[in-house]
Design a protein around this ligand. Structure first.
Ligand code: TYD
Length: 427
């Protein structure tokens, strides 16, 4: 049997209130209306805009039309991207494709806008057909669902589902003669969906996956790492990148080395303890590798196998740079020590925050108390930097090298763009 699923967009694939609310606030400000409170803003999601401006903000017909035009100014200039893909939705779409489903979208959002949002988030690769209202065709939900179906398919001979978060989606499905799944994570309530007669109710994205693709294997996720000298601004960039990865609907898991799981965190405490001044360089390198061996098996591999994006704050490159370069054990020797720990599990991309060792040390000295490694002196950091440079030269395709001397926002934008592109390529 051929299998087809048609999705609603807002509230089902993407969580879109941020841009919508900012657009309404913008229109209110520009036209001299008081800024609507949260309760009022909530009501704007779902109904046509003109209706909402009249009903919820007391505008007359003409003013509501001006407000709609003003709203669109804001929305089309970028508000439409103030939007997030629901966590798990990428995995849902990938799993459906893997299992041979045809995927369409039927939405009340204008066709062009919907296409832009879907392409922006890179969901277009999963979706065969997008149907929204156009200037010369103000279709209702029933028409939109029918149009989104593949040519010649029908509910008698093919398995067809409409998935949506509001009663309009369920009613549209009933009108179009197809089965419906109401989803509870969007803007409608379970009661609204059940009362309107959905065939099946799913509270979460995972429930939709389990219902449509029972027993399907999760598509593999991705392993990323981020590296840089102490003081390169890694912490800030991790925070910024985490938000972007989330926004695109990739399921992020953040971890760090040394550490990341109980055994490895205990090893971390030993390694970084300032009182362990007599620790031999070889001991240190082996402890890092031991901590990594546990972390790879207990955390990194299971996360990637479950379809998540695992972002690791430092990985084997740190050992090569710090122990191989900084401690002068040699690049190859440290790679050899780490071979059984890593055992072939390497990041598909590594962000390197590029600042020279003088800059990074100046930043650190101004910040916090230095730990044992950082007390090792300037030539240590020069050699560590050289270690990183050698690694980048050996494996240029894996590294995303970014100039980390700019503002955090500029650096963050470049990292986001490049990392998201790599993640999408790998899907
Ligand atoms: P981290 O906690 O990441 O410190 P920071 O936030 O300042 O980057 O790392 C602690 C220290 O451990 C850091 O100085 C780098 C060092 N390190 C190594 O020397 N080898 C390794 O393999 C790893 C993972 C870290």
């Amino acid at each position: 049997m051929r299998k087809c699923v048609i999705f609603d967009l807002d509230g089902t694939l993407t969580q879109s209130e941020e841009g919508i609310w900012n657009g309404v606030r913008y229109a209110a400000r520009k036209l001299g209306f008081p800024e609507p409170d949260t309760e009022t803003l909530h009501k704007f999601i779902g109904p046509p805009l003109g209706y909402s401006f009249r009903e919820f903000m007391g505008m007359d017909e003409a003013m509501a039309e001006t407000a709609t035009t003003t709203y669109r100014e804001y929305y089309n200039a970028g508000g439409l991207f103030e939007n997030r893909v629901y966590p798990g939705v990428r995995r849902l779409l990938r799993t459906l494709r893997q299992e041979g489903w045809y995927i369409g979208v039927a939405t009340g959002k204008p066709q062009k806008t919907s296409e832009r949002v879907i392409a922006h988030f890179g969901l277009d690769r999963f979706i065969e057909k997008i149907c929204g209202p156009t200037a010369d065709h103000r279709a209702d939900k029933i028409d939109l669902i029918r149009n989104a179906l593949p040519e010649g398919w029908n509910a008698e001979t093919d398995e067809i589902w409409m998935v949506g978060d509001r009663k309009f989606d369920v009613e549209g499905a009933i009108g179009a003669g197809v089965k419906s799944i109401g989803v509870g994570y969007g803007y409608g309530s379970e009661e609204e969906l059940r009362t309107s007669g959905c065939t099946h109710y799913c509270a979460t994205v995972q429930d939709v996956i389990d219902f449509l693709c029972p027993g399907a294997a999760a598509p593999v996720g991705a392993f990323l790492s981020i590296e840089g000298l102490d003081g390169s601004g890694k912490g800030t960039q991790i925070r910024l990148l985490t938000d972007v990865i989330d926004r695109y609907g990739f399921e992020l898991q953040l971890t760090r080395e040394p550490g990341g799981c109980p055994i490895s965190e205990k090893l971390r405490d030993i390694i970084l303890d300032k009182n362990n001044a007599e620790m031999d360089d070889v001991t240190e390198a082996l402890l890092y590798a031991a901590s990594r061996a546990q972390h790879v098996r207990e955390v990194i591999r299971p996360a990637v196998a479950a379809g998540r994006v695992l972002l690791c704050d430092r990985f084997v490159d740190s050992s090569v740079a710090y122990q191989g370069g900084g401690r002068q054990l040699g690049v190859q020797r440290v790679l050899d020590i780490n071979a059984p720990a890593v055992d072939g599990t390497m990041p598909m991309a590594t962000v390197y925050l590029d600042v020279d060792h003088e800059t990074s040390m100046a930043r650190r000295a101004a910040a916090t108390e230095l730990d044992r490694l950082e007390l090792a002196g300037d030539s240590f950091h020069a050699r560590t930097e050289a270690g990183y440079r050698e690694l980048i030269q050996r494996d240029p395709a894996r590294f995303i090298v970014v100039d980390a001397t700019r503002t955090p926002e500029e650096i963050g934008r470049e990292i986001a763009e490049k990392v998201i592109a790599r993640l999408m390529e790998a899907e």
